[in-house]
Design a protein around this ligand. Sequence first.
Ligand code: SAM
Length: 380
Amino acid sequence: MKNKERRPGAKPFPGAKAKAGGDKRQGSAKPASAKRPDERQNHAPRRQPDLAKAKPQPQAAETGSEPARVLTVRSGDRPAERVPLILESTGAGDFHLIDSGEGQKLEQYGPYRIVRPEAQALWPRSLPAHVWEKADAVFTGDTDEDGMGRWRFPREALGETWPLALLGVDFHGRFTAFRHVGVFPEQIAHWTWMKERIEEAKRPLKVLNLFGYTGVASLVAAAAGAEVTHVDASKKAIGWARENQSLSRLDKAPIRWICEDAMKFILREERRGHRYDIILTDPPKFGRGPNGEVWQLFDHLPLMLDVCRELLAPKAVGLVLTAYSIRASFYSIHELMRETMRGKGGLVEAGELVIREAGLDGRTPGRALSTSLFSRWVPK
Ligand SMILES: C[S@@+](CC[C@H](N)C(=O)[O-])C[C@H]1O[C@@H](n2cnc3c(N)ncnc32)[C@H](O)[C@@H]1O
């Protein structure tokens, strides 16, 4: 039975070649609309009720000289679901959340205590002011997730980087202009899951890490025995990731560092027929590829997941999506994931990644701070 076709109402991705064939395991591709992409955007996606009876149609529409890859309409049952799933980290290695409140959080990163804006921390602080005042670094500036600002070092001037370790890998903490510190520690929950899957597999798994930033996830995967493909648009971030690879003594590990627009990369991988066992995708709300390619989560995420599904190997063990600072419920990405994975079986889990306060000693559980939404497809 045919189980998919191009979804005519979806935003195409210009410059991408249309996928000629379908999933050979489950049937052939069905047609795309012959309309221009800008016309197609005005229509809501429609599901074709009976794909088994669908007649072959012309290929996907062309944008100028280049064909566009448009969304696939999937049929078959949606995967089972488990919602809500709250994945909680209390910290690991050199990291824990000490306290939060009054729009800020106080975190321990190795030797340093760091204060950063945290819009979700509406509650009062648990620890007294003198504890917060002893912080080594304070970020002041835009409270937006990606807002610009500056670091202040109340005790002594600190260098740009410092050593950290998590889940067995070494890397640099880093005071960046956008308040980030070189790692998103709430991802520990995903990374621990991934590490376990890689270690229990009886073969080297292939991991694709999209929007991979400083490479901590890629290093955790490589250290566990995976072959890793890491994609990020920022040359600087790739440079930091390579530095982290050396710090982790993983120079010989099979990691491909790719500085490219994530969407362009996966479209090419799809055309080449390359496949992965685990795909992590952690797209920002807005981003740019190295050649100015625009990434808009609300416009491009459905197509990104659609292509990621095609990139999953027959014995794939998971597709993990995380989304930060978007105005959406986890149900938005959960239902998108379930639609994308129609006919594939398995289970879609979704919810939030939260970090629990652990106090000054790192062992005193406090309140839970939500950091992001996630959705994860697993085969069983
Ligand atoms: C939020 S960070 C990802 C964090 C990382 N996954 C982690 O948990 O440590 C977003 C990353 O996406 C990259 N990025 C933004 N737009 C991109 C694009 N169009 N293609 C590829 N990477 C992009 C940025 O350079 C940045 O490193």
